[in-house]
Ligand binder design. Structure first.
Ligand SMILES: Cc1cc2nc3c(=O)[nH]c(=O)nc-3n(C[C@H](O)[C@H](O)[C@H](O)COP(=O)(O)OP(=O)(O)OC[C@H]3O[C@@H](n4cnc5c(N)ncnc54)[C@H](O)[C@@H]3O)c2cc1C
Length: 418
């Protein structure tokens, strides 16, 4: 087992972290990535938040009603494109069933443990590399524009505090003291000092370099289109460059993981949640820490000279087209919190979108499938894939090496929906 050959499908943050930690344990590892080296999947363009505070799963009480209300507004932060797709209807039903207080109570401690363990691994990686990816442990400031928004964020903060994490509820004046050079039009804020941020493109470059330096084989422009199977074992992945055999196979294909599992007759409920970023190359003003515009669900991240605004969740299939209405919705909301920013400021700068892999219960799938002895998956991290990337990689490496995972994986079982 220590020297079993591992093939990982997908070179996003989850696939690369798995490769890095599996290689550390002595396995020969190959990563196949459909895209070219310069392509930027979801793991590159995200907001860069490292967020132990995000331990409340997306499937939480009130989320269904909120989602339905938002769907009536085409510029709202959430949008579900209705279509006749059995997988979408099943996913929605499973989400509805999971969105309750008992589910949150059961999952939040697990998400906290995963985030805190991942946070420690980010520190280790920063020490190892001279922090070449800009890890900034200066906390997350959640800005609320309205009294109901502040009430809701306070409730979340209370839950997070009960889980033992640090939280401060701030008046507008106290928030101003934290960010004296950044104008904010708010009713109040919540501050999570244990959170932080980094520059995701630089983190991905670091992971590629660390993996390659240690002997991981990275094959770009290599797409897995099918599998060769013998009884209950996968023998090879069929790619555009021929079959690649291995002893262990890991699906880490982000939003495409359901399709990859489906080719083996496995059901993995997963929907792509499209999000956008607008990145200003040189913003006229910047916060010193990461900021979340609460009601608008827009993340604001200082990245060196650049300032990134990221948001929206559009459940609309595997579609990577930019929808101008959603960008317009984001731009409108930014100015309501941050009066120094108007639509004119965003005429230049990068516009990008990526697909978050969303499971219906807000928990990723991490572990082996029962049907195939040598097939595992690491996917479905939704809006937390960067933050949970290192711990997911480490847990996968433990599973692949026959070790007991440091954090129990029962709730992340990929067969939990049969
Ligand atoms: C706007 C936005 C903001 C976000 N902000 C944050 C944040 O602040 N913090 C956070 O933690 N998370 C954030 N996320 C979520 C995070 O980016 C994702 O959860 C994470 O990137 C998922 O990583 P992944 O490796 O699972 O998938 P991906 O990054 O999508 O990588 C999967 C890879 O698999 C490849 N692939 C798929 N199919 C095949 C195949 N058949 N053969 C070969 N290769 C294949 C794809 O090309 C892709 O490169 C954000 C996401 C978005 C869209």
């Amino acid at each position: 087992m220590p020297n079993s050959r591992i093939l990982i499908v997908g070179g996003g943050v989850v696939g690369l972290c798995t490769a890095y930690y599996a290689r550390q344990r002595g396995h020969p590892v190959t990563v196949v990535e459909r895209g070219a080296p310069e392509d930027e999947c979801c793991s590159f363009g995200n907001a860069g938040f490292i967020v132990p505070s995000h331990c409340v799963p997306l499937a939480a009480p009130g989320m269904v009603a909120k989602g339905l209300r938002m769907m009536l507004n085409p510029e709202s932060p959430f949008y579900l494109r209705l279509r006749w797709d059995r997988d979408l209807w099943r996913w929605s039903w499973l989400f509805y069933r999971a969105a309750n207080a008992a589910h949150v109570a059961a999952c939040a401690p697990l998400l906290r443990d995963l985030h805190l363990a991942s946070r420690r691994l980010f520190d280790e990686l920063a020490d190892l590399t001279g922090n070449e990816f800009g890890l900034t442990p200066s906390g997350l400031l959640v800005l609320c524009r309205s009294a109901p928004g502040l009430r809701e964020e306070r409730e979340t903060a209370e839950l997070v505090r009960k889980l033992g994490l640090q939280v401060e509820v701030l008046t507008p004046e106290e928030a101003k003291r934290l960010e004296p050079n950044f104008q904010m039009n708010i009713a109040g804020a919540v501050y999570y000092p244990q959170d932080g941020h980094l520059v995701p493109e630089r983190f991905m470059a670091t992971l590629r370099r660390l993996a390659a330096d240690r002997g991981v084989q990275l094959s770009f422009s290599t797409e897995v289109a099918g599998w060769r199977v013998d009884h209950h074992r996968v023998i090879a992945a069929q790619t555009n460059h021929g079959d690649i055999s291995a002893d262990e196979f890991v699906i880490a294909g982000g939003s495409w993981s359901a399709r990859l599992a489906g080719q083996l007759g496995l059901r993995l409920p997963l929907q792509a949640g499209k999000g956008y970023h607008l990145t200003l190359p040189r913003a006229k003003t910047k916060p010193t820490r990461s900021v979340l515009l609460a009601e608008a669900r827009v993340a604001v991240t200082p990245m060196g000279q650049r300032l990134r605004f990221a948001g929206t969740m559009e459940i609309g299939g595997l579609d990577l087209s930019l929808n101008p209405r959603r960008i317009h919705g984001m731009l409108k909301s930014i100015g309501q919190y941050l009066p120094e920013f108007g639509p004119d400021d965003f005429r230049e700068g990068q516009r990008w979108c990526g697909l978050r892999p969303c499971s219906p219960d807000g928990l990723p799938y991490v572990g082996r499938f029962a049907r195939y002895a040598n097939l595992a998956v690491a996917a479905g991290h939704a809006m937390m894939g960067l933050s949970l990337g290192p711990i997911t990689g480490q847990l996968m490496a433990q599973v692949l090496s026959g070790e007991t995972p440091a954090i129990a994986l029962e709730r992340l079982n990929p067969d939990r929906y049969g």
